[in-house]
Design a binder for this molecule. Structure first.
Ligand SMILES: *Cc1c(COP(=O)(O)O)cnc(C)c1O
Length: 422
């Protein structure tokens, strides 16, 4: 990548820096998008998604990169990553279907079945029949049995509970949560018995979300346990999948993840294996490619703090309410003196808050940008309080297009049937 004649290292790096901060977005551009499309509005920069993919893939040159689609399943995002050569990891039959619709072929699709409803397995088996290279990852003997009952004998990967977890909040640590994967000590035996009926191609583990510089030790432990397991079984594995969880800095003073040291730690543990390394970044590829724009409708002084009421809420961006997640906020309409505020949405729930922020001279009518909203943002939006979901606009350089139109109340009630028992 650095073979082109960049004027200097610094200029070259700036084409694809490790992180895009909220301050790096053009305020003017965002204001004009909000003017054209209204608020709340998600903006996704597909150019940044490409940059993130390229930087990630070049840090793991020998790995298969499977984008974890649940972070952002917008068709435009899936198509962008498909065209970059990414593979995809799907958490449901619905995501699997959307991946195929976006152009991924079966070889590049893994479906990870977590306590899968019957219709998910039915559909996955159908999709596998049509695309014989689809890989199904299972985390329980029950799921293996249910696949056999459906006559499936195709590509199977076993999800293992590595007994180590990583993450910024207990609700996003999956690696030590008994819900996910088969117990580590039973994995070898299960793999060997599954090999009688299926094409066993790999082992999988995912520690949770938020590998950061601080808890690389968790990652080291996970990859070393996966290496031990792969060496202990008598089956040729095509791949060892170590999951996702590559963290991004949500706070302006946090430093970006050092991908090279994560890659080196991974290589130390698994480099001697014949199997291909698979990694599943979700957040890392899309988080800093997205912002959420929201309008201030209320500025209320209280004895404790100034409350800023905005038109986005926990139904637009759930992470703060769900995980106490921090998302940085910037006032695009002012650079006046900052004051301490608490930012809250229009939903009748006390958890409907984006937390406390220092905001430049806030006034009714101002436009705020909420950072790192590209991952698990629109994806987790709901219609609670009869709030139609917001629009999503994608941009790439000077271009922009609506990727999800703003819903209307008719969308909220679309599935409702008349009962009329009054
Ligand atoms: C959610 C998930 C990922 C991606 O997690 P990120 O924190 O977004 O990187 C990867 N693999 C599996 C199995 C997942 O469930």
């Amino acid at each position: 990548m650095s073979e082109t004649s960049a004027p200097s290292d610094e200029a070259h790096e700036n084409d694809n820096p490790d992180v895009r901060r909220l301050a790096d977005w053009s305020g003017e551009r965002l204001e004009s998008l909000a003017e054209e499309h209204g608020t709340p509005l998600y903006v996704t920069d597909l150019g940044r998604v490409r940059e993130n993919y390229r930087r990630f893939a070049s840090a793991f040159p020998n790995a298969d990169v499977h984008y974890a689609a649940k972070a952002n399943t917008s068709r435009a995002v899936l198509e962008t990553l498909e065209s970059e050569g990414s593979s995809v990891e799907c958490a449901s039959a619905g995501e699997t279907e959307r991946a195929f619709a976006a152009g991924f072929d079966g070889e590049r699709v893994h479906y990870t079945a977590v306590n899968p409803p019957a219709e998910d397995l039915d559909r996955a088996v159908e999709l596998a029949d049509e695309n014989s290279c689809l890989t199904i990852t299972v985390g329980a003997q029950d799921t293996i049995d249910r696949l056999a009952e459906r006559g499936y004998d195709g590509r199977l990967c076993l999800r293992v509970n590595p007994g180590v977890g990583a993450g910024h909040h207990e609700k996003v640590r999956t690696g030590a949560d008994a819900k996910f994967g088969v117990p580590y000590d039973r994995a070898a035996e299960l793999l060997e018995s599954a090999a009688d009926d299926f094409d066993v191609v790999g082992i999988h583990a995912h520690a949770g979300s938020g590998i950061s510089g601080d808890d690389l030790s968790n990652h080291r432990e996970l990859v070393s346990r996966m290496g031990e397991l792969a060496r202990s079984i008598d089956l040729p594995l095509e791949f060892v999948d170590v999951g996702g969880g590559f963290g991004v800095p949500y706070r302006p003073d946090e430093s970006p993840l050092d991908l090279d040291s994560v890659a080196a730690a991974t290589h130390d543990a698994l480099g001697d294996l014949d199997a291909t390394l698979v990694v599943e970044p979700g957040r890392y590829l899309v988080a800093d490619a997205g912002v959420l724009l929201t309008g201030v409708n209320t500025v209320k002084e209280t004895p404790e703090i100034t409350v800023l009421g905005v038109d986005a809420g926990m139904t637009t961006l759930a992470r703060p309410a769900l995980y106490d997640a921090y998302h940085h906020v910037r006032n695009l309409s002012s650079d006046g003196p900052e004051i301490e505020t608490t930012i809250a949405g229009p939903i009748c729930e006390s958890s409907d808050t984006f937390g406390e922020h220092r905001i430049a001279d806030p006034q009714r009518g101002n436009l705020l940008a909420i950072g790192n909203a590209g991952a698990y943002g629109y994806e987790m939006a709901s219609q609670y309080n009869s709030r139609p979901r917001p629009a999503v606009v994608v941009v790439h350089g000077e271009r922009s297009a609506v990727a999800h139109r703003r819903e209307t109340l008719a969308d909220v009630t679309a599935a409702e049937e008349e009962v009329n028992w009054r």
